[in-house]
Design a protein around this ligand. Structure first.
Ligand code: FES
Ligand SMILES: [Fe+2]
Ligand SMILES: [Fe+2]
Length: 527
C-alpha cells in the first residue's frame, strides 16, 4: 500500500521532513532533534559532540607541551625514540600492533573469569586470568606510549577525540591495575567485577580508535599514489630550479582525471623528485625545506630522504612516491618508480605481449571480445524480457533461473579464461572481479523474492543496473585493452571461450550444479 503523507519518512537526499512526523504537534527543537537522530546514528552523534568539544583543547595542548618539552630538551636521542614509537623505520604505525596485546589478554581474562564464576573451570586455572591481566597491562603501557606519540601530531576534532580515546583506555588500564591488586589481596569477586568494567572501557576506547582510523583516516597513507608518468616525461626546464628550493610540478593522471603534484629538488647538482603530498596527513612538501639530504614537511616536520622518498624521521611512517629523474635537452624528465606489489601495465609488458603474438597466422573464428560482447547482448535481452513480462506470468520465474545460470556462466568463463589472459594488458581486471561479486550478491538477494512482489521489482532493477554498468565498462575499457594482445591471441581465446561456454551450457554435471545453486539461493523465497 502506498504511504500516505502522514507516514512518509522523507527522501534519502533531503532527509526526513519534520512536517511528515505523526502525532501531536511538537516543538520545533524536538522535531529538529528527531531529524538529526534519523540522519545520524547515536554513536555518530555522540562522537560529534566530543569532536566539537573545544573545552578539551586547553588540557590537550597542555598535555602535549608537557610531553614534548622534555623530549625537546633531551635532543636527538628523544627524536630516535619518537620515530621508533611512531614506527617510522618500520614502515607502519606500531600503535595498532601493540593494542592487540591488551585487547587479546584482557578479553582472555574476561572469558576465564566468566567461566570461573559459573564454576566451569577449576580454581588453579582461574589464576590464568591474573596472568593475562598483567600481560595486558604491560602491553597497554607500550601501546599508550606509541599512541600518545601519534596523538601529539593530530589537530582539531581528531585531537579531541584522540584525548577521549586515550582517556577510555587509560581508565581501562587503571581499573585493571586495581583489579590485579584486589585479586592479590584475595578479593577475587571484586577484582573480577572491576576488570569487567575495565574491559567495557577498553571496548569504548577501541571503538573511538576505529573511528579515528577508518572514518577520520588518522594514521593512513595520504600521499597521491598515481602510477603516472609511466615513461619519462618532461616537466620543467632545469634552469628554473634553484639549489635546495623545492619546486612543485604536476603530472596528469587519466584514470583519476586529475593532476598529481611532484616536488622537485636540485641538490648538489642532482635533481630529486618525490610526491608533493605528504603521506602523513597530506601536507604540501613542495612548501617544505631541505635539511641534510631530506625534504622536511612544513606541517608536522616529517623528513623524507630525497634519494628514496623513505621517511627518516616521523611522525610519518609511509614512504613518499618516488620518481626517477633525468635531464634531456635542458629539461627535467621524471618517471614514476613503481612500488612492489603494483599491478601496473607498463610499456615493456605491452611490447612483450604483442611481440609474442606477431608473425603467425590467426586461427579462424570469433575474437574473444566478440564472444563476450555477444553474450552481454544475450544477457541484456534476457533482462529486457523479464522486465517486460506480466508479473504473474509463471514463466517469469523460469526465465529468471535461466538468467541466473547464464550470468554465472558468463562470470565463470571470464574468471577462468579471459581475465587471466587480459591481465598483463589491462588494469581493469581487479575491479571487474569485485563487480562480479557485487552481481552475485545482488542476484542472490533477487532470487529470494517471489517474482510478483514489489521487493523483486526493486532488486531486479538494481541487478539490471549493476549488470549494465559492468558490461558497459568492460566493453568501453577492458575489451579495448584486449586488442593489445593481437588478433591471433584474441581468436585463440575466442575459440576457448566458445568451447567453455558450450560445455557449461550442455554438460549434465554443470547443469545440475547450476540448478542446485539456484535452488539453494531460492530457499526461503516468498511467493
Ligand atoms: S602532514 Fe604531517 S608530517 Fe607531513
Ligand atoms: Fe565480467
Ligand atoms: Fe562480461
Amino acid at each position: 500500500m502506498a504511504k500516505g503523507p502522514q507516514e512518509g519518512s522523507g527522501t534519502a537526499a533531503s532527509g526526513p521532513d519534520p512536517a511528515n512526523f505523526k502525532g501531536k504537534p511538537r516543538s520545533r527543537a524536538r522535531l529538529e532533534h528527531q531529524v538529526k537522530e534519523a540522519r545520524h546514528s547515536r554513536a555518530d552523534a555522540a562522537i560529534g559532540h566530543i569532536e566539537r568539544a573545544q573545552v578539551l583543547d586547553a588540557p590537550s595542548y597542555a598535555l602535549r607541551d608537557a610531553i614534548a618539552r622534555p623530549m625537546q630538551i633531551a635532543g636527538r636521542p628523544s627524536h630516535r625514540l619518537r620515530s621508533a614509537l611512531h614506527g617510522t623505520r618500520f614502515g607502519h604505525p606500531v600503535h595498532p600492533m601493540l593494542v592487540t596485546v591488551p585487547i587479546g589478554s584482557w578479553t582472555l581474562a574476561l572469558g576465564v573469569d566468566l567461566l570461573a564464576s559459573l564454576g566451569l573451570i577449576r580454581r588453579e586455572k582461574a589464576h590464568m586470568a591474573d596472568t593475562a591481566l598483567r600481560i595486558g597491562a604491560a602491553g597497554a603501557v607500550a601501546a599508550a606510549m606509541a599512541g600518545l606519540m601519534d596523538w601529539l601530531y593530530t589537530d582539531g576534532r581528531d585531537r579531541r577525540l584522540g584525548l577521549v580515546h586515550a582517556g577510555a583506555n587509560g581508565t581501562a588500564l587503571a581499573l585493571n591495575l586495581v583489579s590485579i591488586s584486589l585479586r592479590k589481596g584475595g578479593r577475587t569477586g571484586r577484582g573480577r567485577a572491576v576488570s569487567a568494567a575495565a574491559w567495557t572501557c577498553m571496548a569504548i576506547g577501541g571503538y573511538l580508535g576505529g573511528h579515528l582510523v577508518y572514518r577520520r583516516r588518522v594514521g593512513v597513507d595520504h600521499a597521491d599514489r598515481s602510477p603516472e608518468p609511466r615513461a619519462f616525461q618532461p616537466v620543467l626546464a632545469l634552469t628554473e630550479l634553484k639549489p635546495n628550493q623545492p619546486r612543485r610540478v604536476e603530472v596528469w593522471d587519466e584514470e583519476l582525471r586529475q593532476n598529481v603534484g611532484v616536488a622537485l629538488v636540485l641538490r648538489e647538482g642532482q635533481v630529486h623528485a618525490i610526491g608533493a603530498r605528504c603521506s602523513h596527513t597530506g601536507g604540501p612538501l613542495d612548501q617544505g625545506w631541505v635539511l641534510e639530504d631530506t625534504l622536511v614537511c612544513p606541517w608536522h616536520g616529517s623528513r623524507y630522504d630525497l634519494r628514496t622518498g623513505r621517511p627518516v624521521a616521523g611522525p610519518s611512517t609511509c614512504p613518499q612516491p618516488h620518481y626517477r629523474v633525468r635531464v634531456r635537452n635542458g629539461m627535467v624528465e621524471i618517471r614514476r618508480e613503481q612500488e612492489p606489489g603494483d599491478e601496473i601495465v607498463m610499456q615493456d609488458t605491452l611490447a612483450q605481449s604483442v611481440h609474442s603474438a606477431e608473425g603467425q597466422d590467426s586461427p579462424a573464428g570469433k575474437k574473444a571480445d566478440d564472444v563476450l560482447f555477444e553474450h552481454h547482448e544475450f544477457l541484456r535481452r534476457l533482462f529486457e524480457r523479464i522486465a517486460a513480462m506480466p508479473h504473474e506470468d509463471p514463466q517469469r520465474r523460469d526465465l529468471m533461473r535461466t538468467l541466473a545460470a547464464e550470468l554465472d556462466i558468463h562470470e565463470h568463463i571470464e574468471d577462468k579464461l579471459f581475465y587471466p589472459a587480459v591481465e598483463p594488458v589491462s588494469e581493469d581486471v581487479q575491479i571487474a572481479h569485485s563487480e562480479h561479486m557485487t552481481l552475485a550478491d545482488l542476484l542472490a538477494m533477487t532470487l529470494k523474492f517471489g517474482t510478483t512482489t514489489p521487493e523483486f521489482e526493486e532488486h531486479f532493477k538494481a541487478l539490471r543496473a549493476a549488470f549494465n554498468h559492468h558490461a558497459r565498462s568492460e566493453e568501453h575499457s577492458m575489451l579495448r585493452h584486449a586488442q593489445r594482445l593481437g588478433d591471433r591471441r584474441l581468436r585463440e581465446l575466442g575459440q576457448q571461450l566458445e568451447i567453455l561456454l558450450d560445455h557449461e551450457r550442455t554438460s549434465r554435471m554443470r547443469r545440475a550444479f547450476y540448478d542446485l545453486k539456484v535452488s539453494l539461493l531460492e530457499r526461503g523465497r516468498g511467493s
